[in-house]
Ligand binder design. Structure first.
Ligand code: AMP
Ligand code: MG
Length: 343
């Protein structure tokens, strides 16, 4: 397939380029484009044939539902059958932004989009390019992360080119995603609000608006921070680079000792800023334990970068699973296939 490259500046939003993207989507095509969380691979959410092209391009299992992106609250009523008061309060506080709410779906949402579920995840993104494309096309856009399924998500146009060139109709060339991890997914379709995936909007922030939220067991996965957990196999591996990743929980000094004891030419460290000075292996330093948002922003680029350099083993320093750190922990524990060492 021929893939068109369409540069769009998020400040000037060139109208002719927005028109081209909108026309491709209205014609049932698929386009990789920037959002504030990660790059998304978009199609008309109400066109099953177009949505199936997303699954094919990504190699995504058909039972993994897509999030539908909107630009106006009026679109929400067309897509969701029941909108509880909590959803309105959260939309008011966090939209546009990195929060997806799972609600009972309207009949117009094809099974391909919701993976056969009676619910649909809906988000109003804040990225100016994504918003302009939704407005111009008038379409709700189904858009999972614009990566090959199982690989780290894409946070730059170059990542999309690496994964999807020749497999999609167009790639929008724009800046890096600001949040760096996928949206927070909160289900409001059950009896009690339930956090299905942590992201840029934290559990603590959500609870400040609607009260206690249940944490789905999938968020922390099978990992017990108190014990060493061995890799259960590829089935659970996700967000994963080719390199083996091991997640290390413990204070900076112990982490450095451990990494140095395992040093080698194909070994790299993913650490907090300042820790790299005490390491005898190549290190990528991101954020601090107090500011895991900076680790989130650069996380997927760092994992992709290790593969580009032929790294075989990555020792990643584990953030505390709270605030944005919970989102980083959730992605890293999957990248590590639940291989966690406590020092
Ligand atoms: P991605 O778009 O690649 O970030 O993946 C979307 C994720 O959102 C899915 O893997 C689910 O975890 C979640 N999600 C989307 N829609 C639903 C839904 N209707 N019910 C539960 N989870 C959903
Ligand atoms: Mg994804």
């Amino acid at each position: 397939m021929e893939t068109r490259m369409i540069p769009i500046d998020e400040h000037t939003l060139q109208a002719d380029a927005i028109d081209r993207v909108s026309d491709i989507l209205k014609g049932g095509g698929i386009v990789a484009l920037p959002t504030e969380t990660v790059y998304g691979l978009a199609a008309d959410a109400l066109n099953a044939e177009a949505v199936l092209k997303i699954f094919a391009a990504k190699g995504r299992p058909a039972d993994n539902p897509l999030i539908v992106h909107i630009a106006e609250l009026s679109m929400l009523q067309r897509l969701a059958r029941e909108i509880p008061p909590q959803a309105c309060r959260l939309a008011e506080r966090f939209w546009p932004g990195p929060l997806t709410m799972v609600l009972k779906k309207q009949g117009c949402i094809p099974d391909a989009t919701s993976a056969g579920l009676e619910t649909v995840g809906i988000r109003m993104p804040s990225h100016p390019v994504m918003r302009a494309v939704i407005r111009r096309s008038g379409l709700p856009l189904a858009a999972p992360s614009a990566n090959r399924s199982g690989s780290p998500s894409t946070t730059s146009a170059q990542h999309c080119i690496d994964d999807l060139y020749g497999r999609v109709d167009a790639i929008v060339v724009s800046g890096e995603s600001a949040v760096g991890v996928e949206s927070t997914v909160l289900s409001l379709a059950g009896e009690r609000p339930r956090l299905l995936r942590p992201g840029g909007v934290t559990r603590e922030e959500l609870e400040a608006v609607i009260g206690p939220i249940e944490l789905d067991e999938a968020v922390l996965g099978r990992a017990d921070p108190e014990s060493r957990v061995s890799a259960p196999g590829m089935k659970y591996r996700h967000y994963a680079p080719k390199a083996r990743v091991q997640l290390i929980l413990g204070p900076a000094g112990r982490y450095q000792e451990y990494v140095n004891a395992h040093a080698g030419p194909d070994v790299a460290a993913l650490c907090f800023r300042g820790e790299e000075q005490g390491l005898s292996v190549a290190a990528t330093a991101l954020g601090t334990p107090e500011n895991p948002a900076q680790m989130a922003q650069g996380l997927f680029a760092a994992l992709r970068d290790f593969d580009g350099k032929g790294v075989q083993t990555v020792y990643a320093h584990c953030p505390a699973p709270e605030g944005v750190g919970l989102a980083v922990y959730n992605r890293l524990i999957r990248a590590a296939a639940f291989d966690l060492v406590k020092l």
